[in-house]
Design a protein around this ligand. Sequence first.
Ligand code: AMP
Ligand code: FES
Ligand code: ZN
Ligand code: ZN
Length: 310
Amino acid sequence: MKLKRGSRCTVCRSKGENKKAVVFLSHHRLALCKEHFITWFENRVERTIKEFRMFSRKDRILVAVSGGKDSLSLWNALVKLGYEADGLYINLGIGEYSEDSKRLSEDFAKRINRNLHIVDLKEEIASIPQITESVNKPACSACGSVKRYYMNKTAKELGYNIIATGHNLDDEVAVLFGNTLNWDIEYMRRQYPVLEEESGFIRKVKPLCKITEKESALYAVFNGIDYIEYECPFSEGASSIRYKEIWSQIEQQSPGSKLRFYTGFLKKMQPILKEKEKRESELRTCVVCGEPSFNEICSVCKLKQRLAQV
Ligand code: AMP
Ligand code: FES
Ligand code: ZN
Ligand code: ZN
């Protein structure tokens, strides 16, 4: 995202104006002024919502907010785009980190004049440090399951039909990379920007899946959004952080790699995994010979029956 000295905003230039660019999006080959970066960001979020048919202006959306740049930027953009979006903050009880992120989320909700619902894990089950101590599981994995559970439960109880999270392109690429290194097909199959509602789960969406971490940080800064700038203390040494470092090197040498890796997966690999799932769920055993078959009677048994008739 290096900006050359004296660069002008591409959009302003096309309108015959001559405003200085403050950001260069190398993989989109765009130099933009502050105002046009904000518009670019919001248009990109809107296009992603439409592309994956995430929700419409009739839906009631609950944005899961952590107090970080991604979820607060997402909430800001959705409200600005005219969506009906409130917030949900889950207080994980992780000392100063939770206190700071809760305060920032509350301040932001007041600023945009929207409801922020708060779930306190200490009251519901126990804080993340307490859970980690008693079940001997890594904090992040216990935390992930608990967050998913309360996001879903709270959204249903409060009458929201969509949960939106702030997962960005860097998050998605890091997860996909980890799953690819392990060839974890089951996780890959579920990695999609929309998880449809099914058996008690409401629809979950990731409208920032094509926005990089840097872009969402810039959007927050340009909009004067105060967000928590340090990571959760349990995230130290997490593999996702290592993968993000590797990908930032790849991206530097070859701008656009992250987006290509992720969108390529969605376009080329996801349909194959979905089809495999469909075929597996359709796979039955042949009632005649007991071998696996897509139909009640397998093709060989059908063939045998036909041969017997001649
Ligand atoms: P993380 O798993 O920390 O990378 O966060 C991914 C997304 O989960 C964030 O962008 C939020 O949308 C959501 N999230 C994380 N922590 C919380 C929290 N304490 N309360 C509500 N939502 C959260
Ligand atoms: Fe859940 Fe760090 S945010 S363990
Ligand atoms: Zn401009
Ligand atoms: Zn058969």
